[in-house]
Design a protein around this ligand. Structure first.
Ligand code: ADP
Ligand code: MG
Length: 228
């Protein structure tokens, strides 16, 4: 299914929240890199998906009523063997949920320079607004984020990245490599384009995006559509 079909399908079935799996499918379609991911419904399927993807892998419970996955133990990181997968599967299946449970099996991404948060919210007056910040306490405690109303230019995207207080973390802080700023600019532009073309999208949360000296990868995402 392409973006338009996914969105249409959700709206027709009166749903507004795309799962992490669907959200990342959509991001991949607009050229934003995400880990290889497969959706499974049994232990056997999960084990073969893990072997196909290649260890280490991550397993997450996908159920509509499990939103903050790590708070409920629904994220199992760095699984390295078939035995790890076997045990993680049982753990995930024991998490209470009223919904049908599926597992997202995904490639474990390499350790980043830092985690980023890239988002979009709809302002009742100005429409879609893009958000950028560095993950962890910088966003949670210090609210060190920048905003721009979409559509943005590359110049705006660069400003958004450079104006946060935590920018030195991306610029070779304490001997760490410099982050690929161009890759962040590209993601901001792609999201700006997407939300400008698709007014049905109410909210997007790419949290986190792993940033490297070359490239980036979005490991968790959530897209919410407008009601009716
Ligand atoms: P939550 O719903 O709690 O936000 P996430 O899917 O963001 O769950 O997973 C929690 C954390 O696990 C992420 O912030 C990230 O640090 C790590 N993580 C998630 N998916 C991957 C992955 N594919 N590779 C590496 N780390 C991951
Ligand atoms: Mg997350």
């Amino acid at each position: 299914m392409n973006i338009t079909e996914v969105i249409k399908d959700k709206i027709e079935s009166n749903q507004t929240v795309l799962t992490e799996f669907e959200s990342k499918q959509l991001l991949q379609e607009i050229g934003i890199s995400v880990p290889v991911q497969k959706l499974t419904t049994s232990k056997e399927e999960t084990i073969s998906a893990a072997e196909e993807i290649g260890f280490p892998i991550v397993m997450k419970l996908m159920a509509e009523d499990v939103v903050h996955k790590s708070d409920t133990g629904a994220v199992k990181l760095n699984l390295k063997t078939k035995e790890d997968v076997d045990k993680a599967y049982d753990d995930l299946m024991s998490i209470p949920s009223q919904e049908e449970k599926k597992i997202s099996v995904q490639k474990m991404a390499d350790e980043p320079i830092t985690e980023l948060i890239i988002g979009m919210t709809t302002d009742p007056q100005f429409g879609p607004a893009l958000m950028f910040g560095i993950g962890g306490i910088l966003v949670e405690l210090l609210e060190d984020v920048s905003f721009r109303i979409a559509p943005i230019t590359e110049y705006d995207a660069n400003e958004m990245i450079h104006e946060i207080k935590g920018f030195p973390i991306l610029d070779g802080y304490r001997g760490k490599p410099k982050a690929d700023i161009e890759a962040i600019v590209e993601v901001l532009m792609k999201i700006s384009d997407l939300v400008t073309k698709h007014e049905e999208i109410n909210e997007m949360d790419l949290n986190p995006v792993f940033i490297y000296d070359k490239g980036l990868i979005c490991v968790d995402a959530r897209i919410i559509l407008k009601k009716d």
